[in-house]
Structure formats: C-alpha cells, structure tokens
Design a protein around this ligand. Sequence first.
Ligand code: IDP
Ligand code: MG
Length: 139
Amino acid sequence: MDKSLVIIKPDAVQRGLTGTIINRLESQGLKLVALKMPHLDKDSAQRLYAIHKDKSFFKSLVDYISCAPIIAMVFEGKRAVELIRETMGHTDPAKAETGTIRGDFGLDIEHNTIHGSDSVETAEEEIKLFFSENEIFNY
Ligand code: IDP
Ligand code: MG
C-alpha cells in the first residue's frame, strides 16, 4: 500500500468541487486516511513547492496556493501515487483527457484544481508538511 498527499487547490475549493473530487478518488478504491483545511501562509507554500523555486512561475504559484483555504488529504491504496496521478490527468488542463479531474475541472496550467505527490518518496516528505503521525488513521 502507498500513501499520497492530495491537495484540492483554491480554484476548486472556491467552486464547491471538494465533494466531487473526493468522490472521484474514493470511487477508485482509494482510502481517505487524513484530512484538514488549512490556509497556507507564504512560508508553507514555498516549502511545498520548493522544488520549483527557480521556475518563472514560482512566485505566482506560491501566491495562488496561499490565496484561500485548501483541502489537504492523505489517500492510501495499492499504487495510490500512480493511480492518483492518472485520475488527476496532465498538469495542463488543456492537455488533460476528458474524464480526468484536471481535464474536467482545471482552469489553466496554474489553476489546475488538484495536487498529487509524484512519487512514493515525495509523498512521504509532502505528507509530513501537513500531518503528524497521529493525524493519519489506520482503520
Ligand atoms: P504537477 O502538479 O502535475 O506535478 P508540476 O510540474 O510539479 O506539475 O508543477 C506544480 C504546479 O505548478 C502545477 O500543478 C501548477 O499549478 C503549477 N505550474 C506548473 N507549470 C506551470 C507553468 O508553466 N505556469 C504556471 N504554473 C505552472
Ligand atoms: Mg509535481
């Protein structure tokens, strides 16, 4: 079993898509094992996206992810990281297939509705940014 961090980004929270997105992930057989609704400050946003710190869009991305509350979750399942990436679709909603979360709901390459960890190792690091051990459930 893998675990992945999933974030429902501000564009989706603001449009009332939280339930729809959780439903799409649960429908894949993924198990929700942690959830909270933080409003990230700039420091936390920079830590989350540290890998992109040299990219031209870094400041804009940090401003966006910290502009309103997000939903942070941990999903668990067989091949959870890969399965979530497939369910999310391409980073750019214009290139994401219909039926994927970004293909159906993403607004543009930045405001693309959902974040999912890109590897099991990244997931472990990202989950620690949001959750302590006792906030992740085994049930
Ligand atoms: P991913 O979310 O599909 O893993 P990454 O390349 O890791 O994509 O980029 C992280 C986030 O940065 C994206 O989800 C998106 O919100 C934003 N982003 C990526 N590329 C661009 C870009 O070219 N312009 C603006 N924002 C971008
Ligand atoms: Mg990424």
